[in-house]
Design a protein around this ligand. Structure first.
Ligand SMILES: Nc1ncnc2c1ncn2[C@@H]1O[C@H](COP(=O)(O)OP(=O)(O)O)[C@@H](O)[C@H]1O
Ligand SMILES: [Mg+2]
Length: 250
């Protein structure tokens, strides 16, 4: 589904991502792991259109997407969540999901003062779909709460709901379990399985090794911007380079 070929990103003298080539298979959960500062988020930013790589290509379903704008990447079928939570904290939970759907709606209903009956029908349908996404992540009881009032773990779920609301083929999750307690992590594990069942492919950056090793079909390990290893979770757990650079240092 997604292939990157020798993607490189430089910030001045620092090469944050150094010739990284990975494959993401459709209908799988692929993990991207590595120590802090390894270049994981920067790599995500190249896929989602936040950064244009200095060199290398990003190919999604056969089309080059490197250098495309974030909305173009989203329209092509990729959506994402952020390591640093990126919600509209004063808007309610349901409205935050509507923001994710907005590009797909025909009329700009959020700003329209005068609405035709067909716009009203479209708006009602949008609210209903947004509510369905809240149910999907089990946040329906919080629909009218301000997003900023949710616990950290629930805000991460809301980001996932908003991201799914754009009906992507591929979702990029940047540290979805960060700030979650162990019960929330178990629920996230179940949610990831439901996302796969929807037919959505997952590429995930995550530090929680229990979650990663349990749910990912395939892993890529970044260290200092370079791809250090790739393989199944058991191959990665037994890889001496990985143990040295990352797992052993935990
Ligand atoms: N916008 C930026 N400008 C300069 N340096 C950056 C920027 N973003 C990230 N970096 C640097 O690039 C490296 C990789 O960062 P990042 O991709 O956030 O790593 P990770 O997500 O693996 O923790 C780090 O050394 C970081 O300080
Ligand atoms: Mg990061």
């Amino acid at each position: 589904m997604l292939t990157t070929d020798k993607v490189t990103v430089k910030f001045g003298g620092l090469t944050a991502v150094n010739q990284v080539s990975v494959h993401v298979e459709a209908h799988r959960i692929t993990g991207l792991i590595g120590p802090n500062g390894a270049g994981k988020t920067t790599f995500f930013n190249c896929i989602s259109g936040v950064y244009r790589p200095n060199s290398g290509s990003v190919i999604f379903e056969g089309n080059h997407i490197e250098g495309k704008k974030p909305y173009q990447v989203n329209r092509a079928g990729i959506s994402r969540t952020y390591q640093i939570i990126n919600l509209f904290k004063k808007m309610n939970v349901l409205e935050n999901v509507l923001v994710g759907m907005h590009p797909r709606l025909k009329s700009g209903y959020l700003s329209d003062m005068f609405r035709t009956p067909s716009q009203r029908r479209e708006e009602k349908a949008a609210y209903e779909r947004a509510y369905e996404w809240l149910k999907f992540v089990d946040l329906q009881d919080h629909a009218l709460d301000p997003a900023g009032s949710l616990s950290y773990g629930k805000q991460r779920l809301l980001e996932i709901a908003r991201s799914l609301a754009s009906t992507p083929k591929l979702i990029l999750l940047d540290e979805p379990a960060a700030g979650m307690n162990s019960k929330e992590k178990e629920e996230l594990d179940e949610l990831l399985k439901r996302i796969l069942e929807l037919g959505v492919t997952v590429l995930m950056v995550e530090h929680d090794m229990k979650l990663v090793m349990g749910i990912c079909h395939y892993l890529n390990v970044l260290s200092e911007g370079k791809l250090l290893a790739k393989g199944t979770p058991s191959e990665i757990q037994n890889n001496p380079d990985v143990i040295q650079a990352y797992l052993g240092g935990e």
